[in-house]
Design a protein around this ligand. Structure first.
Ligand SMILES: C[S@@+](CC[C@H](N)C(=O)[O-])C[C@H]1O[C@@H](n2cnc3c(N)ncnc32)[C@H](O)[C@@H]1O
Length: 199
């Protein structure tokens, strides 16, 4: 029998104890450990950033010479990092993309997206909405990245994953897929990591 869903699992408790706003913080750490995504001084766009766990982690990696611009439909409480800027907006809007570009006129070194829709519990609707978020993330990355930059996005393991990976592949030197230890066992999420944007 599968284990019952435990909202307050080990990563949840660790996030509380270490001052992270979400257990998702450990996913970005795992991704960085595997793929060495961040460098000091990087410009980073975090799409779907609320409540801000990834922004906290990214600020640590880029340091005070970097910039982390988080955007979400939901307003984020401010964070005590001079390199963080949190904006409210919908990634689907050209005005949001323009606001992001103002912060990095030469393009971003890294676009990270943990965007996901509100779950309805209706499988087909949830799969379609998640696919939309992943496609939106690729669309935004093409507008925001500088050549050579990297892209990270959440996807679900389902029949739409293969075609989506094929769609992303021409834009990057390499597209990796990674499941994570810190993802809940009940979830089918994995991450795509596009390295070396071709521009
Ligand atoms: C799983 S949460 C992100 C958690 C975050 N990475 C963290 O570490 O705290 C997904 C977020 O994506 C946001 N989102 C979904 N669609 C969006 C869109 N079109 N534009 C901006 N944000 C979006 C949701 O509002 C939600 O807050």
């Amino acid at each position: 029998m599968s284990k019952p869903y435990n909202r307050k699992d080990t990563y949840y408790k660790q996030a509380k104890a270490e001052g992270y706003r979400s257990r998702a913080a450990y996913k970005l750490k795992e991704l960085h450990d595997k793929f060495k995504l961040f460098k000091k001084g990087d410009r980073v766009a975090d799409l779907g950033c609320w409540p801000g766990g990834w922004v906290q982690v990214a600020c640590g990696y880029v340091g005070e010479s970097g910039k982390v611009i988080g955007v979400d439909l939901v307003e984020c409480d401010p964070l005590p990092f001079s390199q963080a800027l949190l904006i409210s907006g919908d990634v689907r809007d050209d005005s949001t993309i323009a606001q992001l570009m103002e912060q990095a006129p030469d393009g971003f070194d890294l676009v990270i997206s943990d965007m996901s829709p509100k779950h309805t519990g209706i499988r087909e609707a949830d799969v379609a909405a998640m696919s939309h978020c992943s496609e939106l993330s690729l669309w935004a990355a093409q507008r925001l990245l500088k050549p050579g930059g990297h892209w990270v996005t959440k996807v679900f393991r389902n029949h739409e994953l293969g075609p989506f990976v094929q769609q992303a592949r021409p834009y990057f030197e390499k597209v990796n897929q990674s499941g994570l230890k810190s993802t809940r066992k009940s979830s089918s999420e994995i991450y795509l990591i596009g390295m070396g944007y071709k521009g």
